[in-house]
Design a protein around this ligand. Structure first.
Ligand SMILES: [Zn+2]
Length: 238
């Protein structure tokens, strides 16, 4: 992505601008990010601290673009989704294996610039649960998500339902290399395919789950224990 000499600037969890490291606007949160990444996601230079201008040739996303809805576009395979049509964001806070907070400097009209976001089509074990083994799996999934996503640029795509009942955005997160992180969680055995509600990649995620299970990846390595978890958890389709 960024080469070693590239300047680093700073963003905050909720703002739409990028800053120098000594700016007074960084008192509450301070997230380092390469300058070209900040510019390509749509952050603008702070008027107070005058950070370096966006590099030549970096195209910021259009203001108030429509959310890219895969059900409307008829995309049914992960790899067929188009990064260029997605909403650009940075993961600024990690909650657990399938929930994060994102900063969206140029949000579509029906979104804010700071949103909590639940991953579509996956379900990771809870991190708070009376039983130790469940908590252990939940912690592994949570750590995997944190390690791969925190402070990373992501591309967001959506499906038939934009928000859940807690008003969290429901999204697919793509990384800059084009991989769909929702699918990665299932493939690596850190999440179930959550098939209780329809979504565009339901069949694909079912296949990924079967494969993870057959190969004993992630928590499928202790499959008997994991099946016990399913039986004890409401709202999960085995
Ligand atoms: Zn500033």
């Amino acid at each position: 992505m960024a080469c070693a000499e590239e300047p680093v600037v700073y963003i905050t969890e909720t703002g739409r601008r990028y800053h120098r490291g000594d700016c007074c606007h960084l008192e509450r949160s301070r997230i380092p990010i390469p300058l070209s990444t900040a510019a390509s996601i749509g952050y603008e230079p702070c008027g107070n601290c005058n950070p370096p201008p966006p590099p030549e040739g970096i195209a910021a996303p259009a203001e108030a673009a429509e959310p890219y809805r895969l059900n409307v576009a008829g995309v049914t395979r992960c790899e067929a989704a188009e990064l260029d049509r997605m909403t650009r964001a940075v993961v600024v806070r990690h909650v657990d294996g399938d929930t994060v907070y994102v900063s969206i400097p140029r949000p579509p009209l029906n979104m804010r610039s700071y949103e909590s976001l639940r991953f579509i089509g996956v379900d990771t074990p809870e991190t708070v649960h009376p039983e130790d083994f469940v908590e252990s799996f939940g912690r592994q999934a949570s750590a995997f998500t944190r390690r791969n996503l925190l402070h990373q640029p992501v591309y967001l795509a959506f499906d038939w339902q934009l928000r859940d009942r807690y008003q969290r955005l429901l999204a697919y997160l793509y990384l800059a290399d084009g991989s769909c992180f929702n699918a990665v969680l299932v493939r690596e055995g850190f999440a179930h395919a959550y098939t209780r509600f329809p979504f565009q990649f339901l069949e694909e995620f079912r296949d990924l789950e079967r494969e993870a299970r057959e190969r004993g990846r992630g928590f499928w390595g202790s499959v008997e224990t994991y099946e016990e978890i399913n039986e004890t958890r409401p709202g999960t389709n085995p």
